[in-house]
Design a protein around this ligand. Structure first.
Ligand SMILES: Cc1ncc(COP(=O)(O)O)c(C=O)c1O
Length: 427
């Protein structure tokens, strides 16, 4: 990965106490022990700012859009403000931000619209590393005669096989669908480079940034991508999805929509009534991150700079937890680690880890940890191409441990001690 904003020197250490005080649910206890939320990749906890914004919506702005009365106007203003926040988050213009139910639903709708313009024999590229939500919507176009080419991985470190990617991008390629970061093994793909490869071949690029969004800043302008999607519930917001679309692309493709709905951007892509109370929460989630950035770097005045400052400090924190976690995991006998483990290559990965221990079913491990208040995930987390490719699908997949900025070194140590206890009980 090359994200210059993350590599500046002299960054303040994360004020963990302040961060954790913003998240009321982190106080939860399970069987008399504090809950350790290491399940962030499936959805993060929300700061109280998000809870307040959703509540405030119902108290002051609960109406449909574009009415000639106060609560409707307040709702319109709130949606505009959340859209501005997401524009700062993506680094684009507000009319290039589309809200939707979740990433999966948005991607199916976009794929259907793009599919209207494709012909038999056109090709789309997907990858073995991706979540199925960035595979199945494109594979659905096979019904129309579109050919799907799937790029393989290098098994040893779970990175994309670039030679295979370069071979598969040809003049027939119409779109490359690739993830920014793997929700299973944490690999960060060089999406700027892939965008250039796609564009040089005359193809569009669609980036699934769902897993990357809580870990690093997104800059659609610098990437020059055509589409990029992420889900606020993975970056401290509510359960929704958001799409960035380059203006000319959002105008070029024709969404399926009802006739009375406007054809203006971005409305033509936002079918039906949105979950407006949650859009209020999205704006608050972005503002929480900006507030975090300003606290650690008071020189960050505008929201975009404050977001970049936030990611600088959270990245540093997550990387130190990651080093501690991997170090401890690799010392556990019979533990199989998937993906990049060399600290010198940490810029190529984020703080999401998948493991197996001996022949133990990952559900057994997740339950052992869960009963002790440690929340992890087991299975394939819909990264089905990957679990099949690595031969673990039939064995129950992996155990996933996800670290985000509200996690602590104590939680990592507790997890490691509990895994060692599990191993000792079963050896
Ligand atoms: C990398 C990745 N892409 C896509 C999705 C699907 O997102 P959504 O739940 O918003 O449909 C997920 C959800 O886990 C994910 O991790």
């Amino acid at each position: 990965m090359s994200t210059p904003a993350l590599h500046e020197t002299s960054i303040k250490a994360l004020d963990s106490a302040w961060v954790r005080a913003q998240f009321p649910s982190l106080k939860l206890q399970v069987n008399g022990r504090p809950a350790a939320f290491l399940d962030g990749p499936a959805g993060t906890q929300v700061p109280k700012q998000v809870v307040d914004a959703v509540q405030n919506y119902f108290l002051t702005a609960n109406a449909n859009t574009c009415g000639a009365f106060a609560t409707s106007r307040a709702n319109d203003a709130m949606i505009a403000s959340a859209r501005n926040a997401m524009a700062d988050f993506f680094h684009c213009d507000p009319d290039e931000v589309v809200f939707g139910q979740n990433m999966t639903t948005i991607t199916f709708a976009l794929a259907r619209a793009i599919g209207r313009e494709l012909k038999v024999g056109d090709e789309i590229i997907v990858t073995t590393l991706d979540h199925d939500a960035n595979v199945a919507p494109w594979r659905a176009l096979e019904e129309k005669g579109v050919i799907i080419r799937q790029v393989d991985i290098r098994e040893a470190d779970c990175t994309l096989d670039f030679d295979d990617l370069k071979r598969k991008i040809t003049a027939k390629t119409k779109l490359v669908a690739v993830g920014y970061a793997s929700n299973a093994v944490g690999t960060i793909n060089p999406v700027a480079e892939i965008t250039k490869l796609a564009h040089d071949a005359g193809a569009l690029i669609f980036i699934d940034a769902v897993h990357y969004a809580p870990h690093g800043p997104i800059d659609v302008r610098a990437l020059d991508c055509d589409f990029l999607v992420c889900s606020p519930y993975k970056f401290f917001g509510p359960h929704m999805g958001t799409l960035y679309g380059k203006r000319e692309r959002l105008l070029q493709f024709r969404p399926y929509k009802v006739r009375p709905a406007t054809d203006a951007l971005p409305d033509r892509w936002e079918t039906g009534t949105q979950v407006q109370e949650l859009i209020a929460g999205i704006g608050a989630a972005v503002d929480y991150l900006a507030e975090l950035g300003r606290r650690h770097d008071p020189s960050a005045t505008d929201r975009r700079s404050a977001l970049l400052a936030a990611y600088r400090v959270t990245h540093q924190h997550e990387t130190s937890l990651l080093a501690r976690l991997i170090d401890g995991l690799l010392a556990i006998p019979k533990l199989r680690f998937f993906g990049i483990s060399d600290p010198k290559r940490f810029e190529e990965r984020c703080s999401t880890i998948s493991i197996r221990i001996g022949d133990h079913h990952p559900t057994e491990l997740a339950k052992f940890l869960g009963d002790r208040g440690i929340f992890t995930w087991d299975g394939n987390y819909y990264a089905l191409n990957l679990t099949e490719r690595l031969g673990v699908e039939k064995l129950g997949g992996f155990l996933r441990i996800g670290l985000v900025h509200y996690n602590t070194a104590d939680e990592v140590d507790r997890l490691l001690a509990t895994l060692r206890e599990f191993h000792a009980m079963h050896s």
